[in-house]
Design a protein around this ligand. Structure first.
Ligand code: ME8
Length: 506
């Protein structure tokens, strides 16, 4: 049996959850659900990043202590996770004791191996990005991301990142699939080749963080601490933890392109320095804008996922996010585009197919899956297309090609809609001759079989709706493995009800 570990970043608690956070969480959930249905053992990790100056400042602005503030905000992210029907195995808060222990243990390993030294940091820091910037990166007095920067001069511990240039390049050369998509891999290789400077990894001007072991005047830089969350969830620092052994080598880490540098440069360097293998793969997806503009609190244009789910239903939101843009590319959200996509792909394509076929069987074939007569070439053809989905979809998921996954299913759905129109089961029913009745049974059987395939494969993306279609089809076994056995004639249908009503922009 294969193992998979799928992760999202842990989200900062400086603002409410929005569509961008939902995107990564849903993508990770689709992968996790897919692998579970494929029979793999899965660990899906997510959580909240609660330390650092940015979160401390947000708590202060809210007039709350950091603990009260993070308790409240973390609960909101937990709620978002539930509202979008995501199914993490671990939801970690970095304020948990086990995480402090794990981050400190990673630090201890780095000290022991001689990769940390004490000196003074002088340079620019952007609290909004929780990142250090070189003088050469400052544009018009700001970080390259547009974040305000402040000058810092403080005692600091440093990680000898400069020593990891060559090992990182060698590692990525030996592991060409370790960073995806390819464009991001090239960016990262270019960045490393440009030269790496040692990294300041502690702060002294505030104390909302994990204390540096042996020196409580410093807290760990929030990134070195936050990245260790991936290990914490698998049982680190217990290096004999079964989860660490089983799942760490199979890690697929998803994140937005904003934080790829932390994950593809700092993180593997920390890990190699601590004698731990880097994760198997880092996948950096693109960026959502709203009506062409960057989503930001100050512009007041942040897309609220709670309202979206409330208005249009959770599966519509999940489907839209996975279907609208290639995973890895950027995309724009507009409510018009959203409604159009839902109506065309869900109400029209899949909704119509399942509704008209199931209702027809219910009313005209005694509400049971008919027994097929002999199959003609067009029947074989569409059944073969449905059967081929298995390998195609597996390749898509191995490559995290989430949009392609959905598109491949929809190719078969469209084909099935064309097949209904060409085979005209209603005419066969009307004519009523024994030959036509037999042919009608075959056509309906073929269609029910194609719908079963589509619904089973759609489960990772739209678990509730796929479940309803499978309920109506009378199917209890819903694993991918179950598709190896042909649909059983005689299975009783329950009364079909529309699963995807048309929606209007609210
Ligand atoms: O960076 N489009 O947390 P964060 C697409 N705590 N994805 C988006 C998005 C958008 N407009 N906005 C946010 C942090 N995201 C750190 C991570 S991990 C050890 C520490 C998603 O709250 C995307 O996954 O700023 C992005 O990388 C992440 O939220 C940033 O979340």
């Amino acid at each position: 049996m294969t193992n998979r570990c799928i992760t999202t970043p842990i989200y900062y608690l400086n603002g409410d959850p929005h569509l961008g956070h939902v995107y990564t969480t849903v993508a990770a959930d689709v992968l996790a659900r897919y692998w579970r249905l494929a029979g793999a053992r899965v660990k899906f990790l997510t959580g909240t990043d609660e330390h650092g100056q940015k979160v401390a400042q947000a708590a202060e602005e809210a007039g709350e202590t950091p603990q009260v503030y993070t308790d409240r905000m973390s609960a909101l992210f937990r709620e978002m996770t539930d509202v979008v029907n995501a199914t993490p195995d671990v939801f970690l808060r970095t304020t948990e004791e086990r995480h402090h222990k794990s981050a400190q243990a990673l630090w201890g390993k780095l000290v022991k191996a001689g990769h940390i030294y004490e000196s003074t940091y002088k340079g620019w820091y952007a609290v909004r990005d929780e990142a250090y910037y070189e003088e050469s990166e400052i544009v018009d007095g700001k970080a390259p991301t547009g974040a305000p920067v402040e000058w810092r001069e403080e005692p600091s511990y440093f990680f000898r990142l400069s020593a990891w240039e060559r090992p990182l390049l060698d590692y990525y050369e030996a592991n060409p699939k370790a960073i995806a998509p390819l464009g991001r891999r090239n960016e990262i290789l270019g960045f490393i080749k440009g030269g790496l400077r040692d990294l300041s990894i502690s702060r002294t001007n505030f104390d909302w963080g994990v204390a540096v072991p042996g020196d409580p005047t410093h807290v760990m830089y929030v990134w070195i601490e936050a990245l260790s969350y991936y290990l914490t969830c698998l049982g680190f620092p217990d290096e004999d933890s079964p989860d660490l052994k089983d799942f760490w080598p199979e890690s697929i880490q998803l994140m937005g392109k904003d934080i790829i540098r932390f994950h593809a440069v700092y993180w593997p360097a920390f890990l190699m320095a601590a004698d731990i293998n880097p994760p198997k793969r880092i996948f950096s997806h693109g960026w959502w804008t709203h009506n062409g503009e960057k989503m930001s609190k100050s512009l007041g244009n942040v897309v609220n996922p709670f309202r979206l789910v409330d208005t249009y239903g959770v599966d519509s939101v999940r489907y839209f996010l996975m279907r609208e843009i290639p995973f890895g590319g950027d995309g724009d959200y507009s409510e018009e585009g959203f409604v159009q996509r839902i109506n065309s792909d869900l109400a029209n394509d899949l909704g119509n197919l399942s509704q008209r076929v199931l209702t027809f069987i219910y009313k005209n074939a005694g509400a049971v899956i008919p027994t097929p007569d002999f199959l003609q070439s067009e029947d074989h053809e569409i059944l073969a297309k449905a059967a081929h989905l298995h390998d195609k979809l597996r390749d898509d998921m191995e490559a995290q090609a989430l949009q392609a996954y959905v598109q491949h299913i929809w190719e078969v759905i469209s084909e099935a809609n064309r097949y209904v129109d060409a085979q005209k089961p209603w005419s066969l029913n009307k004519s009523g001759t024994p030959e036509d009745k037999a042919r009608m049974g075959t056509v309906l059987y073929v269609l029910a079989e194609v719908i079963r395939h589509a619904a089973i494969y759609v489960q990772p993306v739209m678990p509730d709706s796929a479940g309803k279609i499978l309920d109506q089809l009378g199917q209890t076994d819903r694993t991918f493995e179950s598709l190896k056995t042909p649909l059983k004639p005689g299975t009783k249908l329950s009364e079909p009800v529309p699963v995807f009503p048309r929606v209007e922009k609210m």
